[in-house]
Ligand binder design. Structure first.
Ligand code: FAD
Ligand code: PHB
Length: 408
């Protein structure tokens, strides 16, 4: 084994959480190595989130990786909720004192962060095999792995498990030291990217007899659309014509709105799950992002939770290295779980309000419609949705929040 190889923080995973953590640590003079098991192309091309909260946008801009986001991100001040053939707008800016969200693809975020890492000349390895954290409950943790066919041993002070829901870090915690809370949903989303200009300048969440549908976008020429489907739906059973016909049916409203159609560039199916592992720490290993928690995507919270986690973790590690103070590290999990459970509740609520369940009775359906009617007719209910959707500022996790955020 080629040793010694050492860093301050060994980061597993180069998704948004791992890359942003490496970036924030570098800016604060803390050394890190990022180990990713997939190829660079896979990580960049994976189409996932699109909605950034103001806290995520502010973090990217304040730390010098928001130049393209500032130019190309699309600021949205509201969303539409459609049901019973009608569309209703929820005015985020009006209801939350000017706050909004920004549409900018997760793969663009990842691309910008990889570029910054490479420009900084900091270590980032792709296609790393056999990743295995060890010694988390000792003073000498490390990560075993294989790079270019060579076994390696990375000694570090701390390990950051940023390796997503299916990663290796969380399962390496003894079962007795991790409490897990989980709910699987009996449906998934069939998502497409289409070469078509968005037909509405804000997102549309539609509750329809045939199932949920979501209209979103990536750029002024690319539309992103989702259909509720079975969790194990076969994409092959969905030729383009069937997808468009289903989208037209589920978005039908009395104002005649329909999405623009175009060449379908990508199709995929995602299952839905709520999951929290507590605590987000085991000895010298900290979990961040999807490695620690998963939300169904209906509330657009996953990527934003990941960014809030690493922002908190980077501050805690920087404080530790500059003064030896461990207090922020010791409260990292507790502060994160408060934000996580708030997002869990919101994502579960959005999901159950908007999707159809096969076992739903006529009573369930009427109750769901009554909930939607209440939502769009009550300023209090719309404010509750709006303030959760735009997200609480990141620094409120530290008890430092002003309640105000800057605009892009
Ligand atoms: P990941 O992105 O999963 O990254 C983890 C990385 O670790 C991966 O690159 C993986 O390859 C790597 N890895 C795994 N195992 C290992 C190992 N053993 N060794 C080394 N590396 C490993 N969130 C939002 O906020 N807004 C949205 O609008 C939104 N929409 C979504 C739509 C869809 C269809 C989906 C599926 C998700 C959506 N999300 C959304 C959620 C968001 O995409 C995730 O929460 C986000 O990717 C979490 O980032 P992460 O870095 O924690 O994990
Ligand atoms: C997306 O644009 O991919 C998107 C938007 C809103 C969501 C989930 C995903 O709730």
């Amino acid at each position: 084994m080629s040793n010694p190889w050492r860093t301050q923080v060994g980061i597993v995973g180069a998704g948004p959480a791992g890359l942003m953590l490496g970036h924030l640590l570098h800016r604060q003079g803390v050394d890190s190595v990022i180990l990713e098991n997939r190829t660079r192309e896979y990580v960049i091309d994976r189409v996932r989130a699109g909605v950034l909260e103001q806290g995520t946008v502010d973090l990217m801009i304040a730390t010098g990786v928001g130049e393209r986001l500032r130019r190309e991100g699309m600021r949205h001040e509201g969303i539409h909720i459609a049901f019973n053939g009608r569309r209703h707008r929820i005015d985020f800016a009006g209801l939350t004192g000017g706050r909004a969200i920004t549409i900018y693809g997760q793969n663009e975020v990842v691309k910008d962060l990889i570029e910054a890492r490479v420009a900084a000349g900091r270590p980032l390895f792709f296609e790393v095999g056999d990743v295995e954290p060890y010694g988390m409950d000792t003073d000498a943790p490390g990560i075993l792995c294989t790079i270019d066919g060579e076994p390696r041993d990375l000694a570090c002070d701390f390990i950051a498990g940023c390796d997503g829901f299916h990663g290796i870090c969380r399962p390496s915690i003894p079962a007795t030291r991790l409490q897990q809370y989980e709910r699987e949903y009996p449906f998934g989303w069939l998502g497409i990217l289409a070469k078509a200009p968005p037909a509405c300048d804000e997102l549309i969440y539609s509750n329809h007899e045939r199932g949920f549908a979501l209209f979103s976008m990536r750029t002024p020429s690319i539309t992103r659309l989702y259909l509720q489907c079975a969790p194990d739906e076969d994409v092959g059973a969905w030729p383009d014509d069937r997808i468009w016909a289903e989208l037209r049916a589920r978005f039908e409203t009395s104002d005649g709105w329909q999405p623009n159609e175009g060449e379908i560039l990508q199709k995929s199916v995602t299952g839905m799950r709520s999951f929290v592992g507590e605590p987000m720490r085991y000895g010298r290993m900290f979990l961040a992002g999807d490695a620690a928690h998963i939300v169904p995507p209906t509330g657009a919270k996953g990527l934003n939770l990941a960014m809030a986690d690493v922002s908190r973790l980077a501050s805690a590690l920087a404080a530790y290295y500059s003064s030896g103070a461990a207090e922020l590290l010791d409260t990292y999990s507790e502060r994160g779980l408060r934000r996580t459970w708030r997002a869990q509740r919101f994502s579960w609520w959005m999901t159950t309000m908007l999707h159809r369940l096969e076992q739903d009775t006529a009573f369930d359906r009427r109750r769901q419609l009554a909930e939607l009617e209440y939502l769009v007719s009550s300023r209090a209910a719309m404010t509750s949705l709006a303030e959760n959707y735009v997200g609480i500022p990141f620094d409120e996790d530290l008890g430092l929040g002003t309640g105000k955020t800057r605009r892009v």
